[in-house]
Design a protein around this ligand. Structure first.
Ligand code: CA
Length: 237
């Protein structure tokens, strides 16, 4: 087992990935952004490293030579709440949704750029820190959009926006997880309740209403972006 490379004291990232080409990209990029990096080339090795190193974030390829990445996610979640960002191939939306429902936090679709990689890791680290703080952050502020979760107040560029209770709950759920993708099923359960988890059209209808209220150009949303086949994300940067 090699020692992690990168800045001592920095957040440690465990990369579970078997493709040498991806590792040649990921390792130096993450180190250049100040992270410490440990790698594992198989699911079994990844699970061992996760247990012994307690990484701050795990980047997990879904296509591994031994265990399926979904199985690795399932096993990690029996013992740990470490943020998991899965790396999946293009067009495998079903796998992404399943990984998220098994407890993964987010995903990157190959090929992805440095900006997207670093943004996902920052969001995962920030979310883990917020979860560790009781109550979390009550005011979410994103480029002119402010959602005050204590006062249930929403403003865009300083102007208060009136929302129905369902519209507000949908926005508040996305704001509480700002930067992270949320699946249709998760949104339905959080906003409408457990019995509604298959009514995906509810989310579409209310998302369209919400965009009318808060987006400057509802046809080209800057805040509430669609993740095709998966769900929605409140973009944080
Ligand atoms: Ca692979």
């Amino acid at each position: 087992m090699s020692e992690p490379r990168g800045t001592p004291g920095a957040a440690q990232i465990l990369v579970i990935e078997d493709e040498p080409q991806m590792l040649r990209f990921l390792r130096p990029t993450l180190i250049a952004h100040g992270y410490r990096v440990v790698t594992a080339g198989t699911g079994a090795e990844g699970l061992r490293q996760a247990a012994s190193r307690s990484p701050d974030v795990i980047l997990l390829d879904l296509g591994l030579p031994d265990l399926d990445g979904l199985e690795v996610t399932r096993r990690l979640r029996t013992t740990s709440r470490v943020p998991i960002v899965v790396i999946s191939a293009r067009g495998r939306e079903g796998d992404k949704v399943e990984a998220l429902e098994l407890g993964a936090d987010d995903y990157l679709t190959k090929p992805f750029g440095v900006r997207e990689l670093v943004a996902r890791i920052r969001v995962a680290l920030r979310h883990a820190a917020a979860q560790a703080r009781p109550g979390g952050d009550p005011v979410v502020s994103v480029r002119g959009l402010v959602v005050d979760l204590d006062r249930r107040r929403v403003t865009v560029d300083g102007t208060e926006v009136r929302l129905t209770p369902i519209q507000y709950r949908l926005l508040a759920t996305l704001a509480a997880h700002v930067g992270r993708v949320l699946t249709h099923r998760f949104l339905l359960q959080e906003v409408w309740g457990r019995n509604y988890s298959t009514q995906a059209h509810y989310v579409r209808v209310y998302m369209a209403q919400l965009r009318q209220r808060i987006e400057r150009d509802p046809a080209n949303p800057a805040y509430l972006v669609t993740e095709p086949g998966v769900g929605y994300r409140l973009l944080d940067e």
